[in-house]
Design a protein around this ligand. Structure first.
Ligand code: ATP
Length: 335
């Protein structure tokens, strides 16, 4: 089902949680709502779900006005960060729950639950209690339970938020594959830019109740609409009066290039396969990141004179008043 959010605003008392938000989500798309904490992502998700109502604006689902429709009539499935399973019921019974309360025939329930457990790779855990699962397995059970009633829209609020980095990464790859199999229109909330960039077809960047930009991961990364999106999607460094991404800063030995800024290598930090080179231009410290191979090819060392420039075509944002340059040893990373 497609979702059409038009001019939605929401206040809590005097506090404006959402202001004039419009987002159009086509059928079958995997969409991330991305932004810093408190920006309004969950509020928007809850308005789509019907757990919260907009003060103004409309929510359309599959071309019909659902603005005033209660949650149970919207055909949506949810998964929240701290998922509450029925502790005394097995994994199988937890997944079957929605089908049982809808009084579906027993064999149909069994068949459907078997399919779902296979889909989320929990077949061998069917008879365990939720307390006997790992965090990642429990989140997969939550997704199977949400999918059991064949929702037309799946809404996930930081579904992997409470898990450690490695499990999160596995689960997001798995979510992408699952989505490619079942094609249900899915909206998930995250404050993790990597998660959104890796998983989503389209990303809606939300900050302070407003939409900053909507686009594919490539569009957001390569053509950020503004300084906020540029900074939120990855580290930035400042060269002259521009903000640029450190991996788009090119260095060359010597100071012969008249179109480049001359500087001196101030510090070199190796992090795995990446090398971070801090170059002092006299006025600023500019951060350049590159592969180890590239670094060795350049033959640079601390104290070396270098020419610094931005690779042609790289996204660049003017550093406004109040924007700070990257200080030695520091990366500016929002979130
Ligand atoms: P997070 O990533 O921290 O969950 P978020 O982007 O999802 O943040 P929301 O949960 O949508 O943000 O909250 C947006 C703002 O609205 C926050 O400042 C929050 O405190 C406020 N807010 C949310 N729900 C209520 C409520 N029921 N009453 C009052 N204020 C609320």
């Amino acid at each position: 089902m497609s979702i059409e959010i038009t001019g939605v605003s929401k206040r809590f008392g005097d506090f404006v949680a959402l202001e004039d938000v419009s987002v159009s989500i086509p059928t079958g798309q995997l969409t991330a709502l991305l932004g810093p904490s408190g920006g309004g992502k969950s509020t928007l998700l809850r308005i789509i779900a019907g757990l919260e109502y907009a003060d103004t604006g409309t929510v359309g689902i599959e071309g019909l006005d659902a603005t005033a429709l209660p949650a149970r009539k919207r055909g949506v499935g949810f998964v929240f960060q701290h998922y509450a399973a029925f502790k005394h019921l097995s994994v199988r019974r937890n997944v079957a729950f929605g089908l049982e309360i809808r009084k579906r025939p027993k064999d149909e329930v069994r068949r459907r639950v078997d399919e779902l457990l296979a889909l989320v790779h929990l077949e061998q855990f069917a008879d365990r209690l939720p307390s006997q699962l790992s965090g990642g397995q429990r989140q997969r059970m939550a997704l199977a339970r949400a999918l059991a009633v064949e929702p037309k829209v799946l809404l996930l609020d930081e579904p992997f938020g409470a898990l450690d980095a490695k499990v999160r990464k596995e689960l997001r790859e798995w979510l992408r594959r699952l989505h490619d199999e079942v094609h249900v229109t899915t909206v998930f909330v995250t404050h993790d830019q990597e998660e959104a960039l890796e998983v989503a077809d389209e990303i809606v960047v939300i900050n302070e109740g407003r939409v900053e930009q909507i686009g594919t991961p490539d569009q957001l990364y390569d053509e950020p609409a503004n300084d906020f999106v540029m900074r939120f999607l990855g580290p930035v460094t400042q060269l002259g009066d521009q903000l640029v991404r450190p991996h788009d800063v090119a260095l060359a030995p010597g100071a012969d290039d008249p179109d480049a800024v001359a500087g001196r290598v101030a510090r070199v930090v190796r992090v795995g396969f990446e090398v971070r080179v801090e170059v002092s231009t006299g006025e600023q410290v500019v951060l350049a990141t590159m592969t180890r191979t590239e670094f060795l090819r350049l033959g640079l060392d601390v104290g070396a004179t270098v020419s610094v420039r931005v690779v042609p075509g790289a996204p660049v944002v003017a550093a406004g008043p109040g924007s700070s340059s990257v200080r030695p040893g520091l990366e500016v990373r929002a979130g």
